[in-house]
Design a binder for this molecule. Sequence first.
Ligand code: SF4
Ligand code: SF4
Length: 497
Amino acid sequence: MPDKVGKQIPVKYLNNKPAFQKARLVWLEKIFLKFRKNFYIVQAIMFLLFLYLTIAPLFASVPKSHDTIFTNVTLLSQFLFWGVWYGFCLLSVIVIGRLWCGLLCPLGALSEWAGRLGLKREVPRWVKWNGWLVIMFLLVTILGQTMDVRDDPKGLALLFLYIFVLAFIVGLLFGKRGSRPWCRYFCPIGKILGVVSRLGILDFKPNKQRKKTEQLPEYIEGSLCPTDYNLSIKSTTNNCITCGACTHAKPKAMLGIYLRKPGFEVKNIMNHSPNWSEIIFILITPGLCAGGFLWLILNDYNVFRDYVGGILLDNNFMWFFNQASPLLSSQTWNQNFTWLDVISITLYMSFYGMIIALILAGTNAIASKLISCNKEQFKKSFKIITYQFIPVAILSIIIGLCGKFFEVLHDDFNLPELIEVWIKSIMLISSMLWTFILSYQYVFSLQSVAFYKKSMALLLVIINILMILYMWWPAILGQGYMSEVEMIRQHLIVPGK
Ligand code: SF4
Ligand code: SF4
């Protein structure tokens, strides 16, 4: 690889006319070129940190009421995982792409290392199926609740263990040197980050636009890019892990890093390979995440649980009242889930996810019908309008998980409750405004559609946005969920009693 960056960039690309090339970040490409061979050091440090934060709480004492994140590793681990890491990862993608994946993530690095030792099999078609995004997301989100990963150190350690083992096996079977099939096809975190990255301002794209037929052998699937992009015709960001391996790699067809407006890809989604699994993900996320939060605070859940329990009792299915397997549920301190709990939580979250998804899809479909004159136009409008809901879908994940962050700010840094309400409200309202503005721009860009139809379509989008706001209201203003750890810290329960 040549070491002088300037020599690798043909001047005709740097000075080229097309508008998209004006915002090329050559300085960032140079940083990647200089440092990416050392990324493995950062990944190894992160791996050890992950290991420590997952394993140390298993041997630590139960947090006492006077403990803080500085005196108890369980509190520190919960704060870093759920208060900082997850929210930071999601939000940072908008500004720095999936740098978490490319530079820091120990899971992706482990899967890549496994690929060096492994069987190097061809990736079969079933692995490339787009639907894994939805399945893995559902599985991990529901398991996260039944295993109470935010509060139960054993639940957190087990869930990460499952994911690490899976990533290792996928790497071992299908990985090759420098490739990451786990990241591309299975990782639930990566898939969520991939959807967010469509809103992001960084884009790795070919310096020279090529036709599909004009493929270069060194840039086709499985050769240079760890997530199997066919680089010379790359047009999306959702599978790009911001590893920088493609910039300056080969002068002929290299990719550059370009700056673009936030939301650019989502706004022009029809030119950036929209897919149905992302659409389903966007539709189910607000409801599923709200279900995962609301079962903890609403009495509805207890009514639902009693109803399910009643049916099981009437039919003499007593087994469901036994303690559930610790491999799938939380059994800690004062909390022992039965199979009834596991089933009720799963059903409650799934119902919530499904019902809200159906309402969102139905309303978006009516809005699309209003502004379309034929079936093709209808499909296109439905896809475009649904993609504009990415900001609220992602904020739903963040609000559902950010409780730990505020819990610690309250207890250890005396943050007033009002400021918490303000921060959450600003985040939620900004995401809703973003969805609204993107939808408005699309709907009112349709010249041939009557004004009243466009207004009605936009009104339906607003109704959907308000429904999501209403759903999250308890989380924003008032009814906060109090975790078991928090109850201990507030002297409300004493562990073991
Ligand atoms: S896709 Fe998943 S495993 Fe891969 S680097 Fe990103 S977060 Fe880590
Ligand atoms: S396109 Fe591929 S090689 Fe380039 S930064 Fe993204 S993941 Fe890495």
